[in-house]
Ligand binder design. Structure first.
Ligand code: ADP
Ligand code: MG
Length: 161
């Protein structure tokens, strides 16, 4: 499957992307995010959380703790692998219990721990294409995640601009 590419032109549009993603997500989904500092990964998580009924003000990169949990329609587990030294270290923190739960897991800097992700997962990689424009490339491993991206693609195409 070729990646789904979505260009956003600013922070507000990253928020719209997160909202559409949230509506497409199924319980238990695992979403890895990559891209340089300032790409908008945390902004995206914040809008996913808000769309699922969490308080967006609680959302911040869990850089110094492994994970933040937000209460929403389904629990959201927000990980940040920036300071994780190895996939093995991440694994030993017990992340698989979260990945196997009905909550939604979102992992910033996922490429550092990609071996830890379950077989069925989504990866979103943001490239900086301008001061405030970002190109997101979304790919799915596994049928459940492929279905989520199909939904995202169609809702993104038909959204009111
Ligand atoms: P990351 O988690 O990828 O490091 P953040 O979401 O924490 O990124 O921060 C993104 C920063 O970049 C914010 O300060 C925001 O104002 C700025 N920014 C500029 N363009 C965008 C965009 N298209 N989407 C999100 N943030 C943007
Ligand atoms: Mg971040």
């Amino acid at each position: 499957m070729t990646p789904l590419s979505i260009t956003v032109s600013g922070e507000a549009e990253t928020g719209q992307l997160g909202q559409q993603l949230a509506l497409a997500l199924a319980p238990g989904a695992v979403v890895g995010l990559d891209g340089p500092l300032g790409a908008g990964k945390t902004t995206l998580v914040r809008s996913v959380a808000a769309a699922l009924g969490a308080n967006p003000r609680q959302v911040a990169s869990p850089t110094f703790v492994l994970m933040h949990q937000y209460e929403a329609r389904t629990p959201i587990y927000h990980f940040d692998a920036y300071r994780v030294k190895s996939a093995n270290e991440f694994w030993e923190l017990g992340i698989q219990d979260y990945f196997e739960s009905v909550g939604i897991s979102i992992i910033e800097w996922a490429s550092r721990v990609v071996e830890c992700l379950p077989d069925d997962h989504i990866l979103g990689r943001a490239e900086l294409t301008g001061e405030s424009s970002r190109l997101w490339l979304w790919s799915a491993a596994g049928p459940r995640s492929a279905e989520i991206l199909r939904k995202l693609e169609s809702s993104w195409q038909s959204r009111a601009i």
